[in-house]
Each structure stands twice: as structure tokens, then as C-alpha cells.
Design a protein around this ligand. Structure first.
Ligand SMILES: Nc1nc2c(c(=O)[nH]1)N[C@H]1C(S)=C(S)[C@@H](COP(=O)(O)O)O[C@H]1N2
Ligand SMILES: [Mo]
Length: 219
């Protein structure tokens, strides 16, 4: 289910919980490739802008509730939380990178998308994925333009949803589809591959900046 009504929050990853190491230098080092895993802490060192915020059950927060000035868009979109996990691009780049190829509705041509798997990003925020799936948790994916999509966590995992940071090897941009694009390969997903191209990507939120985890299907 997807609609255009704003309603949620944002957050990010740090496997060890509240502690959020400044790992910017690590992620930039050539040797960081070898260290890529979901167990990286998040980047929140004040030097990088926050790219993604995640809140909800299981999230080990590294920041507090939305602030009137600094969280303007979160507030505009109606989100509230007591704590959340926020991270920069280095943290996302430090996670294992995956690539998918799919035909996009925008030009009917095949493209490659690269980035971390959503489930690994959620793990980095502290979430126990198996437990959250078993408990039937839901996700709200919120885009910067106010669009959002809501789906069960188990579905996002089954779809191998990617938080793409690159399209055909080039970083996604604000003003385009980025910096983060929740994407997947519909041709490999039973319930999507039969749909016309124009109806396959309603859950593919571009300009993603916030993920809200909910214990039940959001109202
Ligand atoms: N941020 C954002 N993501 C979005 C949308 C949108 O309006 N904003 N539209 C969704 C829908 S309904 C479809 S069909 C596809 C393509 O819509 P678009 O042309 O608005 O990108 O992107 C999806 N992701
Ligand atoms: Mo759409």
C-alpha cells in the first residue's frame, strides 16, 4: 500500500546500540572494503549530513526526539519518536554492497542499482530482523517530497529491497532519485512481475530519508 499522505519518521543503523562511533575515516580507507558488514556502527560525527533516520521497536537510538528547528521535514511529515538511529552516507557505504538490474518505468531501459540491502541497514540500526519479521512488523518508507509507502517488513526482505545509492555506477542525487532510493527487481518478484511496468514501482520511494518501523500495520 502506498499513498501520498505524509505520516512518519526516520532513523538508521548501529549494531551495538546507542554507541555510534565516528567511522568516517574507516569507511573512506581502502581497507574498509574488507571490513564491510552490517556490524558497522553508524556515522554521526557532525561532519556528514544525516542521510537516513530510522525509528521504532528494536532500534537502538543514537539521537533523541524530533527538534522543532533541526528536524523540520520530519515534523512537517508528522513524525514523532522518543529516539531514533541516524546515519550518514559513509555508514551505508560501509555495509555490504549489492547490485540489482531491472527495467525502470522512467525510460523502459535496463539499469543497475547499487547499495546496501534494507535488511542490513535495519540490522545496523539494532533491529533483530528475524524477530521483527516473526512479530509482523511494518515499515513506512518516507520520501522527501511527502510520498510514502507502507509494507510488511517480511515483504521488503522477501523482495530483497535495496537502499540504492548508485544508478549505473553514478551516485544518486537530491533533485533526482536520491540520495537514497528504496528499490528492487520486480521481474524476480511473483506478485510484481505480472504487472505493467508503470505499476511495479509504487513501493520504490525515491528521496528516502526516514524509515518508521511499526509493531502493527500503520493506521
Ligand atoms: N518520493 C517519491 N517516490 C515515489 C513516488 C513519488 O511520488 N515520490 N511515486 C511512486 C509511484 S506511485 C510510482 S508508480 C513510481 C513512479 O512515480 P514517479 O514518476 O512519481 O517517480 O515511484 C514511486 N515512488
Ligand atoms: Mo504510481
Amino acid at each position: 500500500m502506498s499513498d501520498s499522505k505524509p505520516l512518519s519518521r526516520r532513523g538508521l543503523l548501529s549494531r551495538s546500540g546507542a554507541a555510534c562511533a565516528a567511522l568516517g575515516t574507516l569507511a573512506l580507507a581502502p581497507s574498509a572494503q574488507a571490513a564491510r558488514s552490517a556490524s558497522q556502527a553508524c556515522v554521526l560525527n557532525g561532519l556528514q549530513p544525516v542521510m537516513l533516520t530510522i525509528s521504532g521497536p528494536g532500534v537502538q537510538g543514537n539521537r533523541g526526539k524530533p527538534q522543532p528547528v533541526t528536524d523540520h521535514m520530519l515534523q512537517t511529515h508528522g513524525y514523532q519518536f522518543e529516539s531514533a538511529w541516524a546515519c550518514g552516507l559513509d555508514a551505508l557505504n560501509s555495509l555490504e554492497q549489492h547490485t540489482l538490474k531491472t527495467t525502470l518505468e522512467y525510460d523502459n531501459a535496463e539499469h543497475s542499482l547499487q547499495g546496501p540491502l534494507l535488511e542490513n541497514v535495519l540490522q545496523a540500526s539494532g533491529v533483530d530482523i528475524a524477530q521483527a519479521m516473526a512479530q509482523g512488523h511494518w515499515l513506512t518508507l518516507q520520501g522527501i517530497d511527502g510520498y510514502r509507502s507502507q509494507l510488511p517488513l517480511a515483504q521488503a526482505v522477501r523482495w530483497r529491497m535495496l537502499l540504492a545509492t548508485q544508478l549505473d555506477g553514478t551516485p544518486l542525487s537530491i533533485g533526482g532519485l536520491g540520495p537514497l532510493w528504496a528499490s528492487f527487481a520486480p521481474q524476480h518478484i511473483d506478485e510484481l512481475k505480472q504487472l505493467p511496468l508503470k505499476q511495479r514501482f509504487t513501493a520504490a520511494v525515491w528521496g528516502l530519508y526516514y524509515i518508521q518501523i511499526s509493531a502493527q500495520q500503520p493506521a
